[in-house]
Write a new protein. Structure first.
Length: 241
């Protein structure tokens, strides 16, 4: 069930303070990434996509473009559907190589630098620094009733799922962690997630490097064993409708 409760004032305050304090760092990185994309690829700097946010409201989310212009997207949509229906880990489609990605785009994704423009979404109140990953309207159509509860939290750049396994978890585990966060969001929980984000990114980079020599080995999501992260056993999602 989606609620429309007021957001706690501390969350907006934390977003603004963190963005302001880190301005010299992220502004420099923002400029460097923008220059790199323009040097290696022709086309727009940003990628804009419709996403679903707090209480099910839709908004335009911005990212740095890391794919070539006008590439096909059907393969990504089919892969996402297989993750939702299957019970395998949510390994990224580009983990084993994706010819659609621009030169250097894979490392930008692994470091999360392609997400930097979403800071403007945070300033516009579409997103927060911490929260569930904002899904697409197409993805939302595949959700079961109980899964809609993840929209009770403002979507974020990082979140409980991102620092608790992310690509090693299944789609169902991701939803369960998002709902856990929506029910238990607090200043201390947000602080813990922010502190654990950098180590999680380092882990993703190492994981991406480990994939490189095995790019010829391709497995379907359902054939790969899932590694279940630690999640607070606060509810049984299957019993909700």
């Amino acid at each position: 069930m989606i609620k429309t409760e007021e957001l706690p004032p501390w969350k907006r305050l934390v977003d603004l303070i963190c963005i302001l304090v880190s301005l010299p760092v992220w502004a420099g990185v923002f400029l460097a990434v923008a220059i790199w994309i323009k040097l290696v690829s022709r086309g727009p700097l940003f990628f804009c996509q419709e996403r679903v946010g707090y209480s099910g409201r839709q908004f335009k989310m911005y990212k740095f473009r890391t794919m070539e212009v006008n590439v096909e997207t059907l393969s990504h949509e089919l892969y996402l559907q297989s993750l939702i229906k299957g019970d395998g880990p949510m390994t990224k489609l580009d983990a084993s190589g994706d010819p659609r990605i621009i030169f250097g785009g894979r490392i930008l994704r692994a470091l999360g630098l392609d997400e930097l423009p979403q800071l403007f979404n945070v300033l516009r109140r579409d997103m927060s620094l911490v929260g569930p990953r904002p899904c697409t309207p197409t993805e939302r159509k595949c959700y079961e009733g109980w899964q809609q509860e993840r929209f009770n939290a403002v979507p974020g750049l990082t979140g409980y799922w991102q620092v608790n396994g992310k690509n090693k978890t299944t789609f169902r585990q991701m939803i369960e962690m998002d709902i856990y966060y929506s029910r238990n969001k607090s200043f201390l929980l947000d602080a813990m997630i922010l502190l654990r984000t950098a180590p999680a990114i380092v882990g993703q980079v190492l994981e991406a490097r480990a994939w490189r020599p095995r790019r010829e080995i391709k497995q379907s999501p359902a054939s790969q064993p899932a590694s279940r992260p630690f999640v607070e056993p606060v509810f049984r999602s299957g019993s909700e409708a």
